[in-house]
Design a protein around this ligand. Structure first.
Ligand SMILES: [Zn+2]
Length: 399
């Protein structure tokens, strides 16, 4: 049989070409797979890995063997869903995805009985035209969807209806209708009383909304007083027409914090920055007025207060015995290290813990590092391929 050198050369070339294409395909697949893996980690898995470290705190007096009901409550604040005026589409996409994944991962891992969002749900609720409002509400409902066994209770904030000078009946009714919220409401869950307030209406200037809010506050105060005097001889006479409420000191929930002069005393990694701590708070703007704060403490005698609005963490003690927790913002837009509060609560006691969400800078760092490594790897491979092709070209010429 005759040996044909041309056929042998062609076969050699096609084998080399197939091997080259295979290497190239493997290279592209591994790059694409690694990118998908990093993306899956940063956009999905990381939320579970961070939140799984959180657990419900133990509450005094509640043991598994006794039947004291313990309410597992999650408190978050200042979600500030961006609107059409100030919201860039990428900003919206990024921050809303972060909140949706954080919230959904927390619900799945922690199974709370109830979730409270302490106001400023929307960033532009105070300006929104009806169409924009409806669109924002649809987005909110998708992000904060929850199973039927978890209750979601939403409070009103100044960004939802405007500051006092900007607030009106239309904006308040729109919010109340959407979220089934009233300006002053007493909610009892597992024998625990929560007072939900519209703190924007506690201006004390006798405006229509403020008057209605104060009347509701008085009614709640009467209910709570009656719940405390069950054993009193005058109970039947004084509380005959008052709706029965469990005998438990209430937990006050609202958007504005009670009066404090600044955040100077606040500590912790998610408290305000040193510059912010120097700024004195303005009454009726950053915090409630001193008068409204005193009135709330006197009328409600709460055992605990949780509020939002400042976007930073703080713990203060009112009258030397009533703690108030400022819940930091839940959104990366307002904080690098958002968080929420987890409360194990009984009618007599409570215990709180904080659960941090993934940090935004950590995710950016992972993307940047992986991006740099990939780029270097791709460039190195391209360089190696080019050198190899030059060498093989030279060899063919020599043959
Ligand atoms: Zn606010």
């Amino acid at each position: 049989m005759m040996f044909n050198p041309m056929v042998s050369l062609r076969t050699g070339f096609s084998k080399k070409r197939t091997a080259y294409l295979k290497t190239r395909l493997f290279f592209l697949c591994s790059i694409f797979g690694s990118i998908l893996l990093v993306f899956f980690f940063c956009e999905f898995l990381v939320y579970y890995l961070v939140i799984v470290k959180c657990s419900w705190p133990e509450v005094k007096g509640a043991h598994k063997e006794d039947s004291t009901p313990v309410l597992k409550a999650m408190f978050l604040a200042d979600t500030h869903l961006l609107g059409e005026i100030r919201g860039h589409w990428f900003d919206k996409l990024r921050r809303e995805w972060q909140m949706e994944r954080s919230y959904q991962s927390a619900l799945w891992l922690l199974q709370p009985d109830v979730v409270f969002i302490l106001g400023d749900i929307f960033d532009e609720g105070k300006w929104s035209i009806p169409e924009a409002w409806s669109r924002d509400v649809v987005r909110f409902q998708k992000m904060f969807r929850h199973p039927p066994h978890t209750e979601l209770i939403v409070l009103v904030g100044n960004h939802d209806i405007g500051f006092h000078y900007d607030m009106n009946i239309y904006k308040l009714s729109r919010f109340e209708k959407t979220f089934n919220f009233t300006s002053g409401k007493l909610v009892s869950l597992k024998g625990i009383n929560f007072v939900l307030l519209n703190s924007v209406a506690l201006e004390g200037d006798d405006c229509d909304i403020c008057r209605a809010a104060e009347n509701q506050l008085e009614r709640i105060s009467t209910k709570l007083s009656c719940s405390r005097m069950r054993e009193h001889p005058d109970f039947r006479k004084k509380c005959k027409n008052v709706e029965k409420t469990p005998m438990s000191a209430p937990i006050l929930l609202q958007h504005y914090p009670l009066y404090r002069f600044s955040d100077l005393e606040c500590t912790g990694e998610d408290s305000a920055s040193p510059e912010e701590k120097k700024v004195l708070f303005r009454e009726k703007y950053d915090v409630l007025s001193q008068d409204a704060s005193k009135k709330l403490l006197q009328l409600l005698q709460p055992r605990l207060i949780l509020s939002g609005h400042t976007h930073s963490a703080c713990e203060v003690l009112h009258q030397g015995k009533i703690p108030e927790i400022s819940v930091p913002s839940f959104s990366w837009r307002n904080r690098n290290n958002p968080s929420f509060i987890m409360g194990s609560i009984t009618a007599a006691n409570y215990s709180l813990a904080k659960c941090f969400l993934p940090k935004e800078n950590m995710i950016i760092y992972i993307y940047c590092t992986v991006g740099t490594l990939f780029t270097s790897y791709v460039l190195a491979c391209l360089w190696a391929c080019t050198i190899q092709r030059i060498h093989s070209g030279r060899k063919i010429k020599l043959v």
